[in-house]
Design a protein around this ligand. Structure first.
Ligand code: ACO
Length: 330
């Protein structure tokens, strides 16, 4: 039994925020952002719109492409670091917004690696025969809580809002499908890319001093992220290829997490894969964390960059640190 992706979908909110727009609210420049990140614009959701809303729109498109009715979905897996609420996760809200019955809904919290972690969970359920049709959504609304001051500008310029979704179904043949997923983590780096507060370790959880110290915003050690992302993604891809007795020349399409154009360039160089085979859309959406891979995957499917029989490799790196890879024969 194999898992195959039968539908993909994506949705980004309509509001475009360019680097020039950011110049007006913080001390930055279009030139700095383009040179350092490759980003030209990103999307921001309006107040009142949550990641479950974006996920639901992406899910509708994926279900439609799969040729299914929502009622045929048997299980939902949702990946996000920006849920609508501290709890519960967004899987349950997506279930209700799609009008589904009381099927299970699982939330995965693995940040930029969230989509591949969720894909791995879905793949295991399908292989075990537990479910035959799973909806996987990944969505982020990051713009609501970025530090737009000079102190947070290194991160604020990077992130955007958006959602991607796939429908994964059981397939009885073995000529296509998810060939492998590999997952990794190293918790020594928790504080190198995190949102430290609010923390239930504190009494009270919300403190004036933390607001003054801007500790409710995400923070990263840019050099640590850069170094580790550039090392770990190629490592995960190499391991996945050797596991499947494939070489880099067998790869038709590589979809790395859209972290930063410079990281993507380094990953491609390290792997010695032609850049034309690497899907990149960070210029239009910025870094959409868990949603970045399924958005890129959806675009690549719809514009014909991914064809039947292709070897498609996914890789991600993010907060935790966590990193991962997946190999799919399309
Ligand atoms: N606009 C203008 N200037 C900025 C901005 C901004 N938005 N952000 C930071 N700067 C300034 C800094 O304040 C610093 O100024 P200073 O020299 O006066 O102190 C200067 O630019 C240099 O910034 P650094 O980040 O320190 O750059 P450095 O030369 O050390 O390069 C590196 C580090 C590797 C480029 C790193 O910062 C980087 O790009 N890391 C990758 C981070 C990233 O892309 N993460 C992705 C998100 S997480 C994920 O998806 C896994």
């Amino acid at each position: 039994m194999r898992s195959i992706i039968t539908g993909t979908g994506s949705y980004v909110p309509p509001r475009v925020v360019t680097n020039f727009d950011l110049e007006k609210i913080m001390n930055t420049s279009d030139e700095w952002i383009r040179q350092r990140t490759g980003i030209i614009e990103r999307r921001y959701a309006e107040s009142g719109i949550g990641s479950s809303d974006l996920a639901t729109e992406a899910a509708k498109k994926a279900i439609e492409m799969a040729g299914l009715k929502p009622s045929q979905i048997e299980f939902i897996i949702a990946a996000t670091l920006s849920p609508d609420h501290y709890f519960p996760g967004i899987g349950v809200s997506v279930q209700t917004k799609l009008g589904l019955a009381s099927i299970g809904a699982l939330d995965v919290r693995n940040q930029c690696s969230g989509f591949i972690y969720a894909l791995s969970v879905a793949d295991q359920y399908i292989r075990a025969g537990t479910f035959r049709r799973i909806l996987l959504v990944a969505a982020e609304v990051q713009s609501a809580n970025l530090d737009y001051s000079d102190e947070g500008r290194d991160m604020a310029v990077l992130f955007g809002d958006g959602a991607g979704a796939v429908v994964i179904e059981a397939y009885d043949g073995n000529d296509r499908g998810i060939l492998s997923t590999h997952l990794f983590a190293d918790g020594r780096f928790v504080a190198d890319l995190w949102m430290e507060k609010p923390s239930p370790k504190d009494r009270p959880v919300f403190k004036e001093e933390y607001i003054r110290e801007r500790r409710y915003f995400p923070r990263m050690d840019g050099r640590s992220v850069f170094k580790n992302a550039c090392e770990k993604m190629p490592e995960a891809v190499r391991l996945a290829l050797s596991h499947n007795q494939l070489t880099i020349d067998d790869v038709d399409v590589l979809i790395p997490h859209q972290a930063n154009e410079r990281i993507t360039q380094m990953v491609a160089k390290n792997l010695n894969i032609p850049i034309e085979k690497v899907i990149r859309n960070i210029d239009r959406y910025g870094n959409t964390t868990a949603a970045s891979i399924p958005i890129a995957l959806d675009e690549a499917c719809r514009n014909g960059k991914i064809k039947p029989g292709n070897i498609v490799v996914l890789t991600a790196f993010g907060s935790g640190y966590t990193w991962a890879s997946a190999v799919i024969r399309w």
